[in-house]
Design a protein around this ligand. Structure first.
Ligand code: FE
Length: 215
């Protein structure tokens, strides 16, 4: 089934310091463009000649190479837009706040780390829960398909491509990132975290990856 554009879950004019013009351009042109391209790729793949598969050039190679770029472009944008629209206030007594304090020292230390990742990255800053070690990690992604780690699930996603802020902030990424924190919907992040914990249950990393036990 073809992928479809997921509508925004908040009023684009309601954010603090990120304008409706910025959000609607980002959502309506950039994000929706990835949906269009993934649909094109998925329609072309079944027709691509696998007998000509080649690591220098082949139609099959190029389609497979671009498939995760567009697909992650969709997923990361949907996560980003979904964790916007809040008031930036985290419940200090929540399981998520306790976990951030355990893994980073404090919620503020986590935000400092994520901010530094955002300032250092060219694409995304992603805080993700590792199903294997049970910790929250921050990842720097220079492109949609570079920098993520398998067996982690995103909790909080920050778009730092220039298209995410150039209308409002020109090239001032730090000013945009500072405003991002005022708009985080922490209830969404807390729900994602709770889902991760429930998903893992009591299983060990070895059980999760299916590693054979040496005896
Ligand atoms: Fe974007």
């Amino acid at each position: 089934m073809a992928h479809e554009v997921r509508p925004l879950s908040f009023d684009p004019g309601s954010l603090d310091g990120i304008s409706a013009d910025q959000i609607t351009n980002h959502h309506g042109k950039k994000y929706s463009g990835y949906v269009t391209k993934l649909n094109e790729i998925e329609a072309l793949l079944p027709q691509a000649d696998k007998s000509k598969a080649n690591a220098s050039y082949s139609e099959f190679r190029e389609l497979k190479r671009e498939e995760p770029f567009s697909h992650n472009g969709i997923i990361l944008h949907e996560l980003y837009f979904a964790n916007l629209g809040g008031d930036g206030a985290i419940d200090g007594g929540s399981d998520l706040a306790k976990k951030l304090a355990a893994d980073f020292g404090s919620v503020d230390a986590f935000k400092e780390d994520m901010t530094a990742v955002g300032k250092s990255g060219r694409g995304w800053a992603v805080a993700a829960y590792s199903l294997l070690d049970g910790k929250i990690h921050t990842y720097l992604m220079d492109l949609h398909d570079i920098g993520g780690v398998f067996y982690t699930l995103p909790l909080l996603v920050l778009d730092v491509y220039e298209h995410a802020y150039y209308i409002d902030y020109k090239n001032d990424a730090p000013a945009y990132i500072a405003k991002f924190w005022n708009n985080v919907d922490w209830s969404v992040v807390a729900k994602r975290y709770a889902d991760c914990v429930a998903m893992v249950g009591s299983r060990t990393a070895a059980e999760l990856i299916g590693a054979k036990q040496l005896v």
